[in-house]
Design a protein around this ligand. Structure first.
Ligand SMILES: [Zn+2]
Length: 470
């Protein structure tokens, strides 16, 4: 039945005839729907001047593409993840997290040209054609942790699911299209292999663990840098001078929030602090902390135990005991024991539950439902049944660290930011990172974000992006 609904169409970017199930109107409609979801989940970065700049660069590229008349939208989303992505119909997103890793405007144009290429070549539309509407609906539906099963989606928090993984051929095609658009609009098409090189270095050093990032949706293979060279040479034909604009680009991102934003919660060592909600919790030392939109999850490295913090958004029951027990039962867990207590002066119901979870199997859960600031928060330590006794002390210690922050404490939380700095003789990535403070930024990250291999050092007089502590 679906096949009958399709029509053969000419791909605007490649000129090839292909079977397409989606009209342009449908593409735009789908993009528009999902755009609302992206904006809600990730948030839009609150810097009008930067948004305008990204929009200007994007429109210049789109206007020299094969589909200049789509209703193009370019948005910087407020996430530290290193990524850029596109929805059908001309919706392009670039994260604030990727911006520090681009070293000039030509590289920015390269990333955006690549994403525009996914739209003009109708990659998402083609992929949509290969799946069914109900499957896409499922993917979107599972972004939000369903309230009925607060922890069922533990392994899958974050927007990674929305971002359909593009095929390798699609990636190479988008790289080539990006080089073409960048050159046509006057930017050096070498920006594409340069930014791919940088993204490859990030992948090698795994500086971006725990966040859905470019690497998950755009598998960076070293040979993409090689494969795009022919397109870059083609794009360079006949042009005399291209723009790169290193210094101008750096000025645009001076002061950009780097890493987590306190309004969305920040991680300092093993502690998670949320300025907006005025709360804090200490997770077990060394666990990998992921700050998702609906929950914060700390995972034991190499193991399956986790500690989760999330607000209970639709509590059932009149007392805290009922909210706790009914909520956990509704999520499929059986109460084993429990009772009222206080945690750092806050009313709480602390209990032990049994059940099973996707990707883990049989689990034992130590959980506290804590009343704080007119909300109930769930702090849950989850362990595979067999491992529970050994990790229980860590889980309980973490649960017992949940606390409110004073207004003054909350206001003192400031994000780390990008600043500009001119390297002096004798500076190394190590000395620059050390001046920022412990744990603010790694020397290797500074090297990579400034377009260097991690084995290189900055040149005296080089204009650099650095990170300053909040
Ligand atoms: Zn791509």
């Amino acid at each position: 039945m679906l096949l009958l609904a399709g029509a053969c169409a000419t791909n605007p970017a490649t000129g090839q005839h292909e079977f397409s199930l989606m009209s342009e109107d449908k593409e735009i409609e789908l993009g528009h729907e999902q755009d609302a979801q992206v904006r809600k989940e990730m948030g839009v970065y609150g810097d009008q001047a930067l948004q305008q700049y990204i929009n200007d660069v994007g429109l210049k590229l789109a206007q020299v593409s094969e589909r200049p008349n789509l209703p193009w939208h370019f948005t910087v989303v407020d996430t530290p993840a290193i990524n850029a992505f596109a929805l059908p119909g001309g919706y392009i997103y670039i994260t604030r997290g990727i911006l520090p890793f681009l070293d000039d405007e030509a590289q920015l144009a390269g990333v955006m040209g690549h994403e525009i290429g996914h739209v003009t070549a109708r990659h998402a539309a083609r992929q949509y054609s290969r799946t069914t509407a109900s499957q896409v609906g499922l993917i979107l539906g599972s972004i939000l942790v369903p309230q009925a099963a607060p922890m069922a989606q533990l392994g899958e928090t974050g927007l990674g699911l929305l971002l359909l993984k593009n095929s390798r051929d699609d990636e190479l095609e988008a790289d080539s299209l990006g080089a073409k658009y960048a050159a046509r609009a006057g930017w050096d098409p070498d920006g594409i292999p340069q930014m791919l090189t940088t993204l490859g270095r990030i992948e090698e050093t795994s500086d971006s663990k725990g966040v859905p990032n470019w690497m998950q949706t755009h598998p960076v293979a070293e040979d993409r840098v090689q494969k795009v060279q022919a397109a870059v040479r083609d794009a360079e034909q006949g042009a005399t001078k291209f723009t790169t604009d290193h210094d101008g680009y750096l000025k645009r991102i001076d002061g950009l929030v780097y890493g987590d934003n306190p309004d969305q919660g920040i991680v300092r060592g093993a502690t998670f602090l949320h300025g907006g909600l005025r709360l804090a919790i200490d997770f077990p030392d060394g666990w990998d902390i992921t700050n998702g939109t609906s929950a914060v999850v700390a995972r034991q490295p190499g193991e399956k135990s986790v500690v989760v913090l999330e607000p209970v958004t639709h509590p059932t029951g009149r007392t805290l005991d009922q909210v706790a027990v009914l909520g956990m039962e509704r999520a499929g867990f059986t109460p084993m024991s429990g009772g009222r207590t206080t945690i750092n002066g806050l009313d709480a119901f602390e209990g032990t539950y049994a059940g099973s979870m996707q990707n883990i199997g049989r689990v034992t859960i130590r959980a506290a439902h804590v009343a704080f600031d007119r909300r109930v928060y769930l702090v849950a330590g989850v362990a595979p049944q067999a491992a529970y006794d050994s990790v229980e002390p860590l889980l309980s210690k973490s649960i017992d660290s949940f606390r409110g922050l004073t207004r003054a404490d909350a206001e003192r939380l400031q994000p780390n930011k990008i600043a500009l700095y001119t390297a002096r003789a004798g500076d190394t990535w190590q000395t620059i990172a050390a001046r920022a403070g412990t744990g603010v930024v790694k020397p290797t990250t500074l090297a990579i974000m400034n377009g260097h291999a991690v084995s290189d050092q900055p040149r005296a007089g080089e204009r650099l992006k650095i990170v300053t502590a909040g």
